[in-house]
Design a protein around this ligand. Sequence first.
Ligand SMILES: C[S@@+](CC[C@H](N)C(=O)[O-])C[C@H]1O[C@@H](n2cnc3c(N)ncnc32)[C@H](O)[C@@H]1O
Length: 294
Amino acid sequence: MSRPPKMHEHLPFSLNLALQNIADENKPDIQSIFAKPFVKWVGGKRSVLPQLLERMPKKYLSYNEPFVGGGALFFAVQPLKAYISDINFPLILAYQAVRDDVDRLIVNLKVHERLHNKTYFQTARERLSKEKDPIKIAALFIYLNKTCFNGLYRVNRAGFFNVPMGDYKDPALFDEDILRKDSELLKGVTIKQHEFFQLPIVKENFYYLDPPYHKTYDGYNGNGFDDNEHKKLASFCKEIDESKAFFMLSNSDTSFVRSLYSTFHIETIEASRSVSCKAHQRGKESEVIVRNYK
Ligand SMILES: C[S@@+](CC[C@H](N)C(=O)[O-])C[C@H]1O[C@@H](n2cnc3c(N)ncnc32)[C@H](O)[C@@H]1O
């Protein structure tokens, strides 16, 4: 007779310990012991991790994140069993490269680090959409992420990465120890490039959903994320609920978002935003956390 699947206990370690795992790209050398995000990501959840961690379900089977981006919550939780996905193709290749061939990825990153200058950056932008080798695409992607303006990812209609170079003196591309820890953590993880609604829904699994926010920055892919996408996402969450699985969703606090999730548990938190390049548009903003459990 087969055994029932093992449930995750609520947080595998204390909140404090989890918080030490949060990446801080400004202090890579004193925090090189834990697996942490290896890309900077717009809308990354680092600033609200305590609020998210304390709202995770007490027990669940497997961790699922279909808008994984930089994976702030994923790396803080360090789940033993997980499925992460995103629509962003080179981002997903980067996760797969860290998992499957971290040595060759590091060799490629070292070359970019050595050759980095304005001309090299421009050539790398062009190479990103032409390169065929997945490890080389992953390395180009991480290089561009760490050297472009604010770590933005934006492509034009033709799919060409068009973010200008950032104004950094000696930008750090990677931390070898962290990448190796990330590689170990990712070994047991399913990593796929697809739309959020292609993620299988399984009873008693946990789903963390962090889509491009309603009425804010939605230029992560060529198509944006409009009201119809938000409606589709709300239906997906309803399906998760009907399948007796758990979901937690982050979004901006707008009346449209509240109306989409009115039958679920909605809480408001304060989060810092840094998408805008205009200083007066940065700062604290309300966002909601929606859950189908308490
Ligand atoms: C707010 S970011 C997620 C940030 C992430 N939680 C973190 O901590 O870095 C939203 C992500 O959704 C992805 N995305 C946009 N449209 C999508 C879609 N239709 N299906 C799946 N992922 C999508 C973007 O590529 C982006 O990585």
